[in-house]
Design a protein around this ligand. Structure first.
Ligand code: FAD
Length: 465
């Protein structure tokens, strides 16, 4: 074996361009670097780390069945990767290392260091474009990155239509001698909702196809209702790369064609374009990786120091039933519906006027699908500090959002049992008597006043920049 493929957040054997290309050169081996200290510094949740661990184990078994060795290197942080990979290549005679690039700053620096060191030691590198549906940079006519999603999406779609590619095949069987993989001794408290997100590649693929065949056509109409989710819930798998971008595209094209619809009109595909958008932004604007707002003038927003408010938000005790149900869903399952992420983030950054970075970190610490670019993009969108963000005067009214997207209060009842027996009219903003009787907290802010403060905090920022 002379070719080594380094898997990172692309933990799969199917639809892997670097793996596919490497095998054209000869037999391949795989490697995965475990960097728990780095992941902790990036605030990755134990649920995500546990899912990663399970996926690695499943992947090793799949690789074993194909005669492909898989080296799992137990390191601490990204800066350990260069030495460890060089040593691995030298010990095993690997001549070339293959990987797909990642765009945030720490990942980019890690890859540069690895590449330099490998080349210094006479080992070649083959670096591929990032793991996206449209992996080459999507640029405007002036060759600049887009700062607004809609024109990005139009160009993205044209690029895709002109260059549509099928998923890459699973590697072929090798005759190499490999040893049966050992379980990775748990690096983390591995309690996560494996009933909701099993680490089984067959099940993951079925989930994608089932979604595309049965739900994708209703996605546009029903995706905003958390009580009966019509979204794919594939995000934990997409965050770790257990499913490939071209696999998603293939499933969309198939189901649209079976239903005699144009795949280019798929609203779910458009949502996947947001993933590409935020990931590409990370590459173009390094300040996003450095906790800075995309809109420089918003550095001057005077955020509130409010530890009690923050704690109430984290625990789901704000007295706004939809916000509390959302936060409790996050705390209990490691996942939150997209509409609720927007409501919860808007509540923290606008009504409590707490710095979006605090919310970004809390989400990352809890989410099983925590993904740096999507999380940062979502928080900056909600806080009106980001690229193509909500205008600062748009402050979600949690009660109106609740009436609109959880009209019968079914979602609230699931996660806020205190309000289980309250009727759908009163559940969105229960009276003091009901709160008293049911043991549910009073609202921690007055919506109208808080909205006014939020708007005032953003006004005239341009003059200060
Ligand atoms: P679907 O609706 O089925 O969408 C399919 C896939 O498209 C998702 O799995 C995801 O990979 C991608 N996607 C969808 N919407 C977005 C979006 N707005 N931005 C980027 N990618 C998107 N998504 C994450 O994957 N990880 C995060 O850490 C994350 N944090 C967020 C924080 C906030 C404040 C907000 C507002 C949104 C965040 N999102 C994040 C985006 C979105 O909420 C989730 O991707 C979605 O809820 C996942 O559920 P799903 O798989 O059912 O999505």
């Amino acid at each position: 074996i002379t070719q080594l493929v380094w898997l990172r957040n692309d933990l799969r054997l199917t639809d892997h361009p670097a793996l596919f290309a490497a095998q054209q050169q000869g037999d391949v081996a795989l490697t995965i670097c475990l960097t728990p200290d780095q992941w902790q510094e990036h605030h990755e949740s134990s649920a995500k780390c546990a899912l990663r661990e399970q996926l690695i184990y499943a992947l090793q078994q799949q690789a074993y069945g194909l005669g492909i060795p898989c080296h799992v290197l137990k390191l601490k942080r990204f800066s350990d990767c260069a030495d460890a990979l060089t040593k691995l290549c030298q010990q095993n005679g690997y001549e070339q290392v293959w990987w797909q690039n990642e765009l945030p700053v720490h990942e980019t620096l890690r890859d540069q260091k690895v590449e330099t060191q490998l080349i210094e030691n006479g080992i070649k590198c083959q670096r591929f474009t990032p793991d996206l549906i449209v992996s080459e940079p999507v640029l405007n006519q002036q060759g600049q990155p887009f700062k607004v999603f809609t024109p990005f999406y139009k160009r993205w779609l044209t690029t895709l239509v002109n260059k549509i590619s099928a998923p890459y095949d699973l590697p072929t069987q090798q005759s190499s001698q490999t040893t049966f993989p050992e379980t990775i001794t748990a690096l983390y408290d591995s309690h996560y909702r494996d009933d909701l997100w099993p680490a089984d590649y067959q099940v993951i693929r079925e989930k994608l196809w089932q979604f595309c065949h049965h739900k994708e056509q209703y996605y546009d109409e029903l995706r905003d209702y958390p009580a009966k989710p019509y979204t794919s819930t594939l995000s934990p798998y997409l965050a770790l790369g257990a499913i490939g971008p071209r696999e998603c595209l293939e499933a969309i094209i198939h189901s649209c064609s079976a239903q005699e619809r144009e795949w280019q009109d798929s609203v779910w595909l458009k949502e996947l374009a947001w993933r590409d958008f935020y990931k590409q932004l990370m590459g173009f604007f390094p300040e996003l990786s450095k906790s800075l707002p995309f809109k420089p003038e918003t550095q001057y927003v005077q955020w509130n120091h409010n530890p009690e408010g923050f704690q109430a938000w984290c625990e789901g005790n704000t007295g706004f039933p939809i916000v509390d149900a959302a936060m409790r869903q996050l705390n209990q399952t490691g996942w939150m519906h997209n509409r609720l992420r927007m409501i919860a983030a808007s509540f923290l950054t606008k009504l409590l006027l707490i710095d979006w970075r605090e919310g970004e970190k809390y989400f990352m610490e809890k989410l099983i699908d925590g993904e740096f670019s999507a999380n940062n993009g979502g928080w900056q969108w909600s806080a009106s500090t980001g690229c193509d963000a909500a205008p600062y005067f748009r402050v979600f009214n949690p009660t109106r959002q609740s009436e609109r997207f959880d009209p019968d209060g079914l979602f609230i009842k699931k996660f806020v049992p205190e309000l289980k027996s309250i009727n759908s009219k009163q559940i969105h903003d229960p009276s003091s008597t009901i709160r008293n009787q049911s043991g549910y907290v009073e609202p921690i802010v007055d919506y109208k006043k808080a909205r006014g403060h939020a708007i005032a905090a953003f006004e005239n920022l341009k003059d200060r920049a």
